[in-house]
Design a protein around this ligand. Sequence first.
Ligand code: NAD
Length: 264
Amino acid sequence: MAMLGFVGLGAMGKPMAARLAQAGLPLIVHDKAGTAERAPAGARAAASVAEIVAEAETLFLSLPDGKVVEAVSREIAAAKPRKTSLVVDLSTIGLEAAHKTAAIFSAAGIAYLDAPVSGGVTGASKGTLAVMAAGSKADFPRVEAPLKAMAKNLFHVGEKPGQGQAMKLLNNFLSATAMAATSEAVIFGESQGLDMGTILSVLNVSTGQNTASGDKFPNRILTGTFNAGFTVRLMAKDVALYRAAVADVGTSAKMGEPVSKAMM
Ligand code: NAD
C-alpha cells in the first residue's frame, strides 16, 4: 500500500488517523499545534505539510474551516518535491471554499475529493462515520480501503466538488434544527413539571423522536457530561455556511434564520 498522509489531528482527525494506523496502513501525519503528542501509534510524525507531500501519494485533511483548508491546499500545491497526487478533504468547509480548493488543486494537477463526514467523535473512534464524497468517480477506488477503515457508510454523491459539502450542510442544518427545537420543547415540558428523563423516554418511542432526543439529550445533557465532541462554534459555522449556500441558489430559507439565531 502506498504511503498515506493526514493533516489535522484534532477531535476528528486524531481518531480517524488512528483508524488508518490500526488497519496497518502506512501513515505520515502533521498538526500545526504539535504533531508528536497527537500522532497515533504506528504513524510517523512530520514536521511540516511539505514533508508529507514529499512522501504520501494520498493525503487526507481534517481542518477547522475553509480558510485553513485553502491555506493548507496552497501549501500542498506549492510543495516540492511532490508525491501527492490525490487530496481527500474530510473537513466541513462549505461550497465556496470547496470550489476554491478544487481550483487550487486543478491548477496544480492534483486530484481532489470533497468528502465531509458525519458521525462525530464517537463515529470517528469506532470507524462508523458516514462519508459523502464528491469528485471524479475514477478517483474513488484509490481511497476506498482507507475510507473503509474510517467509515461504515461511503457515498459517492456527485462528480463536482462542492456537492459533498451541500450534502453535509443540509444534514447538519437538520441536526441543528433538531437540537434547537428539542431544547425548546424540553424547557417547555420542564416548565409544566415534567422530568427531562420522562420527556425523552416518551419522545423516543413517539413521533417527536430525533437525533437530539435519541442521542445528545440522553447521553450528553441528561448525564451532565456535555461531551458530544462537536462544539457549538462548529455547528454555528455549518448552519451559517448552509444559509449562505441557500441564499446563493435562492431556495426556501424560512427555517434557516431562526435555527441560525438559536446557535448564537
Ligand atoms: P479541531 O479544531 O478539533 O481540529 C482541527 C485540527 O487542525 C487542530 O488540531 C488544529 O491544530 C489543526 N490545524 C489547524 N490549522 C492547521 C494547519 N494550518 N496545519 C495543520 N494542522 C492545522 O476540529 P474537529 O472537531 O476535529 O473538526 C475538523 C473538521 O471536521 C471541521 O471542519 C469540522 O466542521 C468537521 N467535523 C467535525 C465533527 C465533530 O464532531 N467534531 C463532526 C463532523 C465533521
